[in-house]
Write a protein that binds this ligand. Structure first.
Ligand SMILES: [Zn+2]
Length: 141
């Protein structure tokens, strides 16, 4: 994944697509397809129907809505900042900006696990599980 830029959600869940993305949208489609994942949302600008995600039209100057059900599920709120990554030609990934492990601040995307809108990295999770089992073992008589 290649980091592109950050954008900001407005009060109604719209974002302004950066120029480099609008360029690919002009080539392929006036709509984008949003696909939900546990950590963020994928945006596909090469829309082939039938689709599995939710389709939204690009309105004036690259303005597009991120579907409300996905925003709700990920706890994305008005005015928060989103990081955009390019995965392939016409295919992008959006995640909450500054997403990092709440314990060690690791921000490597592939290491993070989302739990109730917060993130924990695999190492810290492993440590927490280890301590949990140590406690469980010590409590045995
Ligand atoms: Zn961590």
């Amino acid at each position: 994944m290649k980091y592109l830029t950050s954008v900001s959600l407005d009060s109604s869940g719209y974002i302004l697509l950066p120029k480099e993305i609008i360029k690919t949208c002009r080539i392929y489609s006036r709509e984008v397809e949003w696909l939900y994942s546990e950590y963020g949302i994928y945006m596909n600008t090469v829309v082939k129907k039938p689709t599995t995600g939710l389709i939204r039209k690009i309105i004036s100057r690259g303005k597009v809505n991120i579907p409300a059900p996905y925003r709700r599920e990920l706890r994305w709120q008005s005015y928060m900042s989103l990081e955009i990554f390019q995965i392939a030609e016409g295919y992008f990934y959006f995640q909450a900006a500054h997403c990092h492990c709440i314990f060690c601040c690791n921000s490597y995307v592939d290491d993070l696990i989302a739990i109730q809108g917060k993130y924990i990295c695999k190492n810290c999770l492993q440590e927490a599980i280890g301590k949990h089992y140590m406690l469980a073992a010590n409590n045995k008589f």
